[in-house]
Design a protein. Structure first.
Length: 344
């Protein structure tokens, strides 16, 4: 194709849009924080059954579901009622979401609305060419211990999400306890800022061409056989490739279970300045291979910016995770920590 017609084709055919869709109260609030932090090229949605909550939310699009049956008053924790309610809007929503390349579906598990819609929509979109990435906030343990309805909703939704395989971003509210001296709203903002980094770095990886490119097709191809997968994110000084990998694995708010017995698949992308050497890149990749015991399948990409940078960033998709029993997944996590700078 000649360059003129190539440009015309690209502008007509390359969909470069991404969506972040908040489902229920927690999902909508998180999406609103993402919008406030700014993610160019990403459209935000808030979908809820609770009109009063939705009215307070800022998003590019807001959708009230199930007015006929739920009267805008929320789901009262009833997942079944939400699933009946969505039938009215399902086709329209599906059509709109299928216009995106990647759609992040965000919900806090435990309530009725988000816990019903997250697995439902994720499963619906799996058959399309849009990559749907579920983002689930796992509830605080005190909620699970004291509220059987929340517990059942969270367990069911999480089990359904893990069974689907694919990329699942499960953020642990329990891991936020290291920030417990901060006001609650601020703690949730810390978590949402972390989610913002996850979304931004994944979008950046597939959206901006690199020297060794990881495009959207490679990401989808990688995910197809990767089983249950998660995202790792790290930022370190260029002199510290080994620490970069260690940090990505340990200082995370994501909750996942690396199966030590099994060799997973890894897609790793390193982003750095013009001073990033081949030696540094190799040390990062060696550290990844060593840590994951020679992954069965490894793919990597890299991008260097025109100016020198002291910091490099690793974005990695790790597959072959163990599906936990839901009970295990909602158990309080052991080590926690986060030192990745959080946008204030
Ligand atoms: N409202 C709110 N709830 C959160 C947030 N993060 C996690 N949660 C949890 O989200 C779970 C579901 O609550 P909610 O989103 O209101 O339920 P839904 O509206 O019925 O989907 C609860 O267990 C909360 O602990 C947050 O940022 N805001
Ligand atoms: Mg709610």
């Amino acid at each position: 194709m000649e360059s003129d017609s190539l440009e015309a084709w690209a502008s007509a055919n390359l969909r470069s849009t991404f969506g972040v869709v908040g489902l229920g109260g927690a999902g909508s609030e998180a999406t609103q924080d993402l919008l406030a932090l700014g993610i160019p090229g990403v459209e935000t949605w808030a979908i809820n059954t609770d009109a009063a909550h939705l009215l307070r939310i800022q998003a590019d699009r807001r959708v009230l579901l199930g007015q006929r049956h739920l009267h805008g008053r929320g789901s009262g924790g009833d997942r079944e009622a939400v699933l009946s309610a969505i039938e009215d809007g399902r086709e329209e929503l599906q059509r709109r979401f299928e216009e995106y390349e990647i759609v992040f579906l965000v919900a806090g598990l435990g309530g009725g609305t988000g816990s019903a819609l997250l697995p439902y929509l994720a499963s619906l979109l799996r058959k399309s060419r849009t990559l749907a990435i579920p983002v689930a906030f796992l509830p605080f343990h005190v909620e699970l211990e004291t509220n059987p309805v929340r517990r059942a909703n969270a367990l069911e939704a999480l089990t359904e999400l893990e069974r689907m395989d694919g990329l699942l971003l499960a953020l642990s509210n329990e891991k936020l306890r290291r920030f417990e001296s901060l006001p609650i709203r601020r703690v949730l903002q810390v978590r949402n800022a972390y989610l913002h980094q996850l979304v931004a770095s994944l979008v950046d990886m597939v959206e901006n061409p690199s020297q060794l490119n990881v495009d959207l097709a490679s990401l989808k191809h990688h995910l197809r056989d990767a089983g249950l997968s998660t995202l790792l994110l790290g930022e370190q000084h260029v002199e510290e490739p080994e620490r970069l990998v260690h940090q990505a694995l340990t200082e995370t708010l994501l909750d996942f279970d690396l199966d030590e017995a099994q060799s997973p698949s890894v897609l790793a992308h390193v982003d750095g300045g013009s001073n990033l050497t081949l030696e540094t890149l190799n040390r990062v990749l060696d550290a990844v291979r060593h840590r994951f015991r020679q992954p069965q399948r490894m793919m990597f990409g890299t991008r260097t910016h025109p100016e020198p940078r002291q910091v490099m960033r690793l974005t990695a998709v790790v597959g072959g995770l163990r599906r936990r029993t839901a009970r295990e997944a909602l158990r309080p996590p052991a080590g926690t920590g986060l030192s990745i700078p959080i946008v204030q």
